[in-house]
Design a binder for this molecule. Structure first.
Ligand SMILES: O=P(O)(O)OC[C@H]1O[C@H](O[C@H]2O[C@H](CO)[C@@H](O)[C@H](O)[C@H]2O)[C@H](O)[C@@H](O)[C@@H]1O
Length: 324
């Protein structure tokens, strides 16, 4: 792992959702008549983050943006099928992305599902967007509409056949919340959600051992997330996906925004990239879409914003600065 947030410039304990923890605008806006001005760019709390932001503003054509979907571009909701991108997300991305070298959404969702829920297919300004689904196992390119994906791994179907026994072994698998708690994810992974359980954390804790045993038995891994345990094949994660995609772009600066434990691998990848030797050094800005549910990610971030609303505000503020 490379550089970590600069403790000297850290504001201290991280607030949760609803409490913007940004340290203030980088540029002042004089009060004026008419619509209220948009907030300015927040200042990252780390030197590494400030370097990356300065590099992006100086040379946006050398910079790439990668963002997670659930919890970052989309508010978390009880029903995974009901998730939709923040109403301002596609527009903000469409303003910013044409000024950058490249942009991607990197998500645990199947790529086609993320494209649909994010509303990015055909959106103005997003004709070069890449969507890396299933933690990088799938790739969709807006430029062609092509989806690259291998066939579903047989191990997932084998695990699915034994899933009912594993769920029953948890001792908590009863009640109306279980009816729609398994997400089948196109046969490429299985997600068991507990957000709608009476005790979401208790149910998650009880399910962890039987689902881990099932995953291990079939050569799968358990990807933990926000009140979800996902059984999926090993071999790729958001760090692997981000690193390979970035290499293809040739970008020297990357901004990565995420909200969940699955995004830690991408944070690690950015840390490695910005601590690797090279001239000029590559820079990276780690953004956490803040919530009370995942303090681990906020602790690692250069900049914590207030959930998807804060992420969209950041994208808009970057676009504003790059069009001044
Ligand atoms: O990588 P991501 O884009 O963050 O996707 C990770 C998982 O997100 C989804 O679950 C999460 O969002 C749901 C909708 O808001 C929420 O109900 C759930 O509690 C969250 O864990 C998705 O359903 C999973 O398949 C993704 O792997």
């Amino acid at each position: 792992m490379g550089s970590s947030p600069d403790a000297a410039s850290s504001p201290g304990p991280q607030p949760g959702a609803g409490h913007p923890p940004v340290t203030g605008p980088a540029t002042g806006h004089a009060p004026a008549a008419g619509p209220p001005p948009r907030p300015g760019l927040p200042v990252p709390r780390t030197a590494a983050g400030r370097d990356a932001l300065a590099a992006l503003l100086a040379a946006p054509g050398d910079a790439a943006l990668a963002v997670d979907f659930d919890g970052t571009l989309a508010e978390i909701v009880d029903d995974p099928e009901a998730a939709r991108a923040h109403p301002g997300a596609a527009r903000a991305l469409g303003r910013l992305v044409p000024r950058l070298r490249a942009a991607a959404v990197i998500t645990g969702r199947p790529a086609a599902v993320a494209v649909r829920l994010a509303g990015v297919d055909g959106a103005p300004g997003l004709d070069r967007l890449t969507v890396l689904g299933h933690y990088g196992a799938e790739r969709w390119e807006a430029a062609t509409g092509a989806l690259h994906a291998d066939g579903p791994p047989p191990a997932v179907a084998a695990a699915e056949a034994e899933l009912p026994d594993a769920l029953a072994a948890s001792g908590v698998w009863h009640g109306p919340w279980t009816a729609a708690a398994v997400e089948h994810k196109g046969g490429r992974a299985l997600a068991v959600h507990t957000r709608r359980a009476p005790d979401p954390q208790g149910a998650l804790d009880a399910l962890r051992a039987p689902l881990t045993a099932l995953a291990t038995c079939h050569g799968l891994l358990v990807e933990p997330g926000r009140y979800v345990l996902e059984l999926r094949p090993p071999g790729v994660d958001k760090g692997v996906a981000l690193t390979a995609w970035l290499r293809g772009t040739g970008a020297r600066t990357v901004v990565y925004a995420g909200d969940d434990l699955g995004d830690l691998a991408a944070f690690d990848a950015v840390d490695r990239l910005r601590s690797a030797p090279g001239t000029p050094r590559r820079t990276g800005l780690l953004v956490c879409s803040g919530s009370t549910e995942v303090p681990e990610l906020a602790a690692r971030a250069d900049l914590v914003v207030d959930g998807p609303t804060g992420v969209v505000a950041l994208l808009d503020a970057l676009a504003d600065r790059l069009t001044e």
